[in-house]
Design a protein around this ligand. Structure first.
Ligand code: LCS
Length: 397
């Protein structure tokens, strides 16, 4: 491919062409799936040199694989970071990063609205290893400042947060992290680098559940981390290598393919989600809609400042609580009643009893996840068909 001026090229083009490489070994234009667990050394000396870190080369797929490398290069490029590392799930990526920084006896300061699995890791699993997580209201970043002490290993935020689309000011959080010489980790799953690039706003590390928009087709579970080259090298050589939460070559390939259509999918997700959010805002059976693209979102100004678009998740409060929500979910036809999000197909779920059932009743109330909250992951179907489906299902409520 002819050389592009990467600084002047639009993101939609960069998603398709990536950093401009073809497979270095064969020149294959589509990244090959290197379905091999191990890699032959030319001779014993070269093998020893690779192990000693004196020569570059592939050794064993738990530590690195060319298909995985191609994916890592592309996500680092799109996030405007130095290097990337792929994992077998979003939770594998998140746990690897927090474990890398945190020792027994230390604490983590985090925003309090998180995917239910991350919340469970923080409140149930890490305390078993004498690691305390201080979840605070991240809509006021002064709360991070108050919670940080000399034993804090890192600040962790999810923005927009699952499922209420609550935002954290990334620049303000990064200033607090910098002042305390600790890293700021941002879960960028909901926005993807197409709509938000946390590293450009001062964050140190980005994590993704690549299961969602990066893969985009509901056929892969995967996680990604982007950060400085030295950090990524060390993370690969310690937690990834020792705990082993790797991605398979086939799944890495599915994500490389997913990234090529990221721009068109995100544009369509956003367009459809905006129409649905507006439709629901005026529906008499809906009391509140959460979507960062609506001017009624309490942090709409912050959304405009740190994001260039709004993604496909819309949450809303249905009048009549849990019973009304169940009636709606049991009567949709096009929306599939399933967890996960970011797929081309539209999905619907009930956070309080499903994705966020790891939150106690008090915790749910504190972060604004009520019994009547329904979450939509708006897909790329025709918006009028999706609205017609919601209209007929709401009629039955
Ligand atoms: N971060 C966010 C924001 C997520 O939404 C999820 C999963 C994860 C991390 C974990 O990633 P995983 O290990 O599943 O790849 N969110 C899910 C959800 O809302 N429904 O099912 C999974």
């Amino acid at each position: 491919m002819a050389k592009m001026n990467l600084k002047k090229t639009h993101l939609a083009t960069l998603c398709v062409h990536g950093s401009g490489g073809v497979d270095p070994a064969t020149g294959a234009v589509s990244t090959p799936i290197y379905q091999s667990s191990t890699f032959a050394f030319k001779n014993a000396r070269q093998g020893a040199e690779i192990f000693a870190g004196e020569t570059e080369g592939f050794v064993y797929t738990r530590i690195g694989n060319p298909t995985q490398s191609a994916l890592e290069k592309e996500i680092a490029f799109l996030e405007n970071g130095e290097a990337g590392l792929a994992f077998g799930s979003g939770m594998a990526a998140i746990s690897a990063v927090v474990l890398y920084y945190t020792r027994c006896g230390m604490n983590i300061v985090s925003s309090d609205t998180l995917y239910g699995g991350t919340h469970n890791l923080f409140m149930e699993t890490l305390p078993n290893y004498n690691i305390e997580v201080r979840e605070v209201d991240g809509t006021d970043t002064a709360n991070f400042e108050k919670a940080v002490d000399e034993n804090t290993s890192c600040i962790y935020i999810e923005t927009p947060a699952n499922p209420t689309l609550t935002l954290v000011d990334i620049e303000a959080a990064s200033r607090i992290a910098r002042k305390n010489s600790i890293p700021l980790i941002v879960d960028n799953t909901f926005s993807t680098p197409y709509f938000q690039r946390p590293l450009e706003l001062g964050a140190d590390i980005v994590v993704h559940s690549a299961t969602k928009y990066i893969g985009g087709h509901g056929d892969t579970v995967a996680g990604l981390v982007v950060g400085k080259q030295d950090f990524i090298n060390d993370l690969r050589g310690t937690i990834l290598r020792d705990i082993g939460g790797i991605i398979s070559p086939l799944n890495a390939w599915l994500l490389v393919r997913g990234l090529k259509t990221l721009a068109v999918r995100m544009e369509r997700h956003q367009e459809n989600a905006m129409e649905i959010a507006q439709y629901l805002s005026f529906h008499p059976k809906v009391s509140q809609v959460w979507y960062t693209g609506l001017s009624t979102h309490p942090q709409h100004e912050l959304a405009k400042r740190q994001m260039s678009g709004h993604g496909g998740v819309v949450s809303f409060e249905i009048k009549g609580g849990r019973k009304a929500g169940e009636k709606l979910m049991n009567n949709v036809n096009l929306f599939t009643l399933a967890v996960s999000l970011g797929d081309v197909d539209s999905l619907i779920e009930h956070p309080a009893s499903m994705t966020h059932s790891t939150y106690s009743a008090e915790e749910l109330q504190k972060v604004g996840i009520s019994e009547g909250l329904v979450r939509l992951s708006v897909g790329i179907e025709h918006s009028q068909d999706l609205i017609a489906d919601l209209r007929q299902a709401l009629k039955r409520v």
